[in-house]
Design a protein around this ligand. Structure first.
Ligand code: FES
Length: 251
């Protein structure tokens, strides 16, 4: 269950273009978080909290790691926070990825940009359970690439960049075709990427994580609703998600 907690910043570094990695210490969050969940972080001077996915969970050191892109004023302000400072957050928030079917032996992770961190968290857990992990990761350009080595340690990893400055030129969907066999896919990234992925893999079992729009983060404001059908049905990303069965929502 999510709670309002204070987390100590153990470290904060820019690890790729306008991308900050922050290690945060808190016993409750590290003990209760699971892959796919996020922290709803307060930034001083900004009314809305920022939803930021969890990239690693380290129960032994009582830490979680988050990565965020310095996109708007809130995340730019958050990027100036230093080790030793404290932040408040609601967490662990959201439902996280479901437990895998025990029959799944190979999974495909498809991530784009800042949608990649929650997939790393999941991939690490699945690799530990003996599942074969194949990853396809898309970035804008070479300067934006992060966690390549970390994913390589989990299994075969393909990198694409939009401008071809690193890895294969193109989009994740171009490479997904080359991965012949998998039992289930998990995807997180910008909406156009998720639309392309779910369309391409519509006959496969898969889960997607949606994080783009959020307001209150607790199911009260309806800023995050997503249609489930053409008849007015909807789900809330913050409280029903952010992870959904790929066939459960209309993108
Ligand atoms: Fe307010 Fe989901 S962000 S209901």
């Amino acid at each position: 269950m999510k709670r309002k907690e204070t987390l100590l910043i153990k470290s904060a570094h820019e690890i790729a273009y306008e991308t900050t990695e922050m290690v945060l210490q808190n016993v409750y969050i590290s003990e209760n978080a699971k892959p796919g969940q996020f922290l709803h972080i307060e930034v001083a001077g900004h009314t809305l909290r920022r939803p930021i996915s969890i990239a690693t969970i380290d129960k032994e050191n009582e830490t979680v790691t988050v990565l965020f892109k310095q996109l708007g004023e809130g995340t730019k302000a958050l990027a100036t926070y230093q080790a030793g400072m404290e932040i408040n957050a609601l967490g662990p928030s959201g439902n996280g990825f479901p437990d895998r079917d025990t029959t799944d032996t190979t999974v495909l992770l498809i991530g784009g940009g800042i949608g990649i961190p929650p997939l790393y968290c999941l991939g690490k857990k699945l690799a530990k359970e003996g599942v074969q992990v194949v990853s396809v990761l898309g970035f804008q350009n070479k300067a934006s690439v992060f966690y390549e080595e970390a994913f390589n340690e989990l299994g075969k990893t393909f990198i694409t960049t939009n401008d071809g400055s690193y890895g294969e030129k193109g989009f994740v969907t171009d490479v997904v075709e080359k991965v012949a066999d998998f039992d289930c896919y998990y995807s997180c990234g910008p909406l156009p990427m998720l639309q392309a992925v779910t369309q391409k893999l519509k006959n496969e079992k898969g889960y997607i994580s949606l994080e783009e729009r959020m307001g209150c983060g607790v199911g009260a404001c309806f800023a995050c609703v997503i249609p489930t059908d053409d008849f007015g049905g909807y789900k809330k990303i913050c409280s029903d998600g952010p992870v959904f069965d790929a066939n459960e929502v209309s993108l």
